[in-house]
Design a protein around this ligand. Structure first.
Ligand SMILES: Nc1ncnc2c1ncn2[C@@H]1O[C@H](COP(=O)(O)OP(=O)(O)O)[C@@H](O)[C@H]1O
Ligand SMILES: O=C(O)C1=C[C@@H](OP(=O)(O)O)[C@@H](O)[C@H](O)C1
Length: 175
C-alpha cells in the first residue's frame, strides 16, 4: 500500500493529525523533520542557524527519497512541498493530502511556539506572503482536507474513513 504524505503550512496539524492517522490506519508514522534531526544530529532550528536554509532543503530532499514508499504515514515539514521534485516524488509514490488551515488559526495555534525558525508572530505580513506563496504548491496534491475547527482526532477519523472508502484508490492492503 502506498504511503500517505501530509503536507501543509507550519502549524496546520501535520504532526498531530498524522500521528492519530497512523493509529487509525495501523501504520507507522514518520516525520521528515524528526528523521532529519536524527540523521544529521541537529535540531531543525540549529540547521537553519548554523548551515542555512539551502542546506536544510537539501537534507529534506535526500531524506524524502530514503523514506519507505509503502505502508506509512509521512508527515512533512511545511516547506518540503515547495520543491517541484519533492512534489513529483510524493505524487508518484503515494497519496498526498494537503491539510489546509487558515493563517488566522495558525497564528492562534503557534502563539507560544518558538521552535519554527521561519515562523514569526510579529511579522504577520511576511507570514501572509509566505503562506500565500505556498498555497499553489500545497494544492498540487491528491486531496485538500480542510481542517477548519476540526479537532485532530476528528480530522484523523475523517481522513481514515475517506481513505477506507477507497475514494483515493487506497486499499489498506499491506503489501
Ligand atoms: N486540528 C487542530 N485543532 C487544534 N489544535 C491543533 C490542531 N492540529 C494541531 N493543533 C495544534 O497546533 C500546534 C501545531 O500542530 P503541529 O501538528 O505541530 O503542526 P505541523 O506539524 O503542521 O507544523 C500544536 O500545538 C497542535 O497541538
Ligand atoms: O515551512 C517550513 O519551511 C518549515 C516548516 C517546519 O516544519 P512544520 O511544518 O512541521 O512546522 C520545518 O520543516 C522547518 O522549520 C521549515
Amino acid at each position: 500500500m502506498k504511503p500517505i504524505y501530509l503536507t501543509g503550512f507550519m502549524g496546520s496539524g501535520k504532526t498531530t493529525v498524522g500521528s492519530l492517522l497512523g493509529e487509525e490506519l495501523d501504520l507507522p508514522v514518520i516525520d521528515t523533520d524528526h528523521v532529519i534531526e536524527e540523521t544529521y544530529g541537529k535540531r531543525v532550528a540549529e540547521i537553519f542557524a548554523e548551515d542555512g536554509e539551502a542546506v536544510f532543503r537539501r537534507y529534506e530532499a535526500a531524506i524524502l527519497a530514503e523514506l519507505p514508499t509503502k505502508n506509512a504515514v509521512i508527515t512533512t515539514g511545511g516547506g518540503l512541498a515547495v520543491s517541484a521534485d519533492n512534489r513529483k516524488f510524493m505524487l508518484d509514490h503515494g497519496f498526498v493530502i494537503f491539510l489546509s488551515c487558515s493563517l488566522e488559526t495558525i497564528f492562534e495555534r503557534l502563539k507560544e511556539d518558538t521552535s519554527r525558525p521561519l515562523f514569526n508572530q510579529e511579522k504577520k505580513k511576511d507570514m501572509q506572503k509566505l503562506y500565500e506563496s505556498r498555497l499553489p504548491f500545497y494544492r498540487d496534491c491528491h486531496w485538500v482536507f480542510e481542517t477548519g475547527e476540526c479537532h485532530p482526532e476528528e480530522a484523523a477519523k475523517r481522513i481514515a474513513a475517506r481513505l477506507k472508502r477507497s475514494e483515493l484508490g487506497y486499499t489498506g492492503d499491506k503489501r
